[in-house]
Design a protein around this ligand. Sequence first.
Ligand SMILES: Nc1ncnc2c1ncn2[C@@H]1O[C@H](COP(=O)(O)OP(=O)(O)OP(=O)(O)O)[C@@H](O)[C@H]1O
Ligand SMILES: [Mg+2]
Length: 324
Amino acid sequence: MSESSSNPFEVAYHRERKIRRAAEQLLEDKTRLLHQRNIELSRTNERLIEQQTNMLKQEKLATLGTLAAGVAHEINNPLAFVTSNMSALDDYHNAYHEMFQFVKNMRERLSEDKTADLDVAIKKLDLEYLDHDLPMLMKETMEGLDRVKKIVLSLRNFARSQEGERAYIDINEGINSTLRLIQSEIKRGIELKLELQDGLPKVNCNPSEINQVILNIIVNSAHATKDEQHPLIRIASFAEEKYVCLAIEDNGYGMSQHTIDNLFVPFFTTKPIGEGTGMGMAIVHKIIEDHGGEMHVNSEEGKGSRFTIKLPVSLDHKEQIYTG
Ligand SMILES: Nc1ncnc2c1ncn2[C@@H]1O[C@H](COP(=O)(O)OP(=O)(O)OP(=O)(O)O)[C@@H](O)[C@H]1O
Ligand SMILES: [Mg+2]
């Protein structure tokens, strides 16, 4: 059957078929477009959910920052007077101890009934035990206060805004000076692999804050590798586009997904009470954020962890380095 046929039924049939094909084609095109749009919409939706989660996390951290500053401030005053009272108590106990020794020495010179009275009084009030136990109680209390002091300091560091002085520093110097500082933590058999790239652009940052970032991460890695047979920490520095990067990697016990998700939450710790405050990584995150940098964490339980930090190199300074 040809389209040029004069048979009106045939003509109508061909016309109808043409229209149907065009309609089918249109439907197919539209369906494809719709499918494409649907994929794009799902992607946008996923991105939105991700952004919303990030925003919530940021908001949570910002609120915690304000809270941390307030708590640190509030605790600091009572902490100061409790510490000072403790050292006064220590002096008072020294006086008490001397007096107690004196009374005991005097005992020999008392009449028999007075000696008995004295012994009863000493026993009743448990003075011997008190004299022996008090220094230990004081020592433990002082240690507890020291821990509270450290927590307050961490909270203050966490809450501190970008008030510190900034300078152009060589990140490799930061790494080396931090390593010198924590030699005692590192020296027990941990192999340290340094892969520091020479001639990196300098980074505009607060040097002591960046050193604290390096310190907190390395100390964590040292803890994580403590049960390894061949503990290894690898520290690398390198340039990547407009960033100077720092990677710290260990072959320690690694992290569960739960730990990774909560890593930057203040006070999150998996360590026993007294061993970790859970503020180390919260501080790291805050500092990197204040510097406009990025931080990436890769970790697998039982295999190890890798922390990558990217600090932006300011363009004006790049020019200074490369042209001047
Ligand atoms: N390199 C690492 N390997 C394995 N787990 C790690 C590592 N770094 C951090 N973590 C996990 O993240 C948790 C939080 O770390 P963070 O440094 O904030 O606190 P912390 O080390 O427990 O206490 P501190 O306040 O003394 O640093 C740790 O308790 C640990 O479970
Ligand atoms: Mg830590």
